[in-house]
Design a binder for this molecule. Structure first.
Ligand SMILES: *Cc1c(COP(=O)(O)O)cnc(C)c1O
Length: 378
């Protein structure tokens, strides 16, 4: 089989073509209003997102990394405070911790869910621990009910890094359902273009149900001022601009459809690789839906890199999220001196590979990718 189109990890061009009229009209409104920073468009999007998530406050900001930083600044952590973070995550999560002179305490993840667990978190708690940052990796929520119980017991803040799982539903043992990112004290997300809810530039948001924390977040993100030219704390400048809010307002309406499209692709991959013993397809957590920001498999017997090379030869892109444990990064190694490597993190860095998954996947492209993967193992 040959393909005429280039395969990409995501298809933002195809997605835009389907919503072009709506997006263009929203952007035109911003251009006509000349209100480019914050303003009514940003406020309207924040309200739409708050309604969608079922959360009291949504505060837009400049990107997902800023969302995490502002969240940590808003709860008044002090230099030397310890913040627990998975060693198997995108660098941004730990970066802001170190940047604020807090101490990132890197822990292992569960090898099936790729997420940190309440037990792993609790084992890392010391008298200096002040906060926990669960990362809902690849699109499904960590076990927030258990994590919140540990946080409550030890009086810790929980900041959810929801950059990859926006839209996923978490179900509590009593049957209650809540959106990921709204269960901890603060949730953070990124609107980087390739994220499930992505804009056409940089953007991010912070969510909370706590009025006081929301006020602090707005203040910190706006130069530490609640009232213009009155600066109560040292803040930053982190704003969502109106053109990005215009794009996001349109795309939010399709977020659930987009998740369904991703889930359909994932189901096809699952079925296609079920009989290959060297492939472990993504394990679904019992208490979270999966919105498949990434479709990440594990490849056994040291064949992961061979698969990547094999796919590249067929013009099929793939990605390794993430190739190196955080504690082995030069910048983060000093925070991990004298500690043992983490077993699941080490294994995952050697075994994971993510396949193209997006909202516009054509049947022939999907079949081509599936054949490409299978052909290495046959
Ligand atoms: C994308 C991402 C971020 C950072 O978002 P930016 O908007 O790129 O700053 C943080 N954490 C995770 C898990 C991410 O995937």
């Amino acid at each position: 089989m040959t393909l005429t189109t280039k395969i990409n990890m995501v298809d933002l061009q195809g997605q835009y073509q389907k919503i072009k009229a709506e997006v263009d009209a929203e952007i035109q409104e911003v251009l006509d209003s000349a209100w480019f920073i914050k303003g009514p468009k940003v406020a309207a999007f924040e309200q739409d997102l708050a309604n969608y998530l079922g959360v009291k406050h949504v505060i837009g900001c400049a990107n997902g990394t800023d969302a995490l930083q502002v969240a940590m600044m808003a709860i008044g952590l002090k230099p030397g405070d310890e913040v627990i973070v998975p060693a198997f995550t995108y660098v941004a999560t730990a970066e802001v911790i170190a940047l604020l002179q807090l101490t990132p305490v890197m822990i292992d993840v569960d090898i099936d869910s790729f997420n940190s667990t309440a037990d792993l978190i609790e084992a890392a708690i010391t008298p200096k621990t002040k906060a926990i940052v669960p990362v809902h990796l690849y699109g499904q929520s960590a076990d927030m009910e258990a994590i919140m119980a540990v946080a409550k017991k030890h009086n810790l803040y929980v900041i959810e890094d929801n950059a990859q799982a926006i839209g996923s539903d978490y179900t509590f043992t009593d049957g209650r359902v809540q959106k990921s990112g709204t269960i901890g004290h603060i949730g953070c997300t990124s609107f980087f273009p390739s994220k499930n809810l992505g804009c056409y530039g940089d953007g991010g948001a912070i969510f909370t149900n706590d009025d006081e924390i929301a006020g602090q977040i707005r203040m910190v993100a706006n130069h530490g001022q609640a009232k213009k030219y009155h600066h109560s704390v040292i803040g930053v400048n982190s704003r969502l601009d109106a053109i990005q809010a215009a794009v996001l307002k349109v795309k939010l309406q399709y977020l659930d459809d987009y998740a369904a499209a991703r889930q359909a692709v994932a189901a096809q991959y699952d079925k296609a690789f079920a009989d290959i013993t060297e492939i472990t397809t993504p394990v679904r957590s019992a208490n979270s839906t999966h919105v498949f920001h990434q479709y990440t498999m594990r490849i056994a017997n040291g064949k992961r890199d061979a698969l990547k090379t094999h796919l590249a030869g067929l013009d099929i892109p793939s990605m390794i999220y993430y190739p190196i444990p955080l504690y082995n990064q030069i910048a983060f190694a000093p925070f991990y001196e004298g500690k043992e490597p983490l077993a699941a993190t080490e294994t995952l860095c050697k075994e994971v590979i993510s396949l193209p998954i997006h909202t516009e996947m054509e049947a022939d492209v999907l079949a081509y990718i599936i054949d490409g993967v299978r052909s290495l193992f046959e």
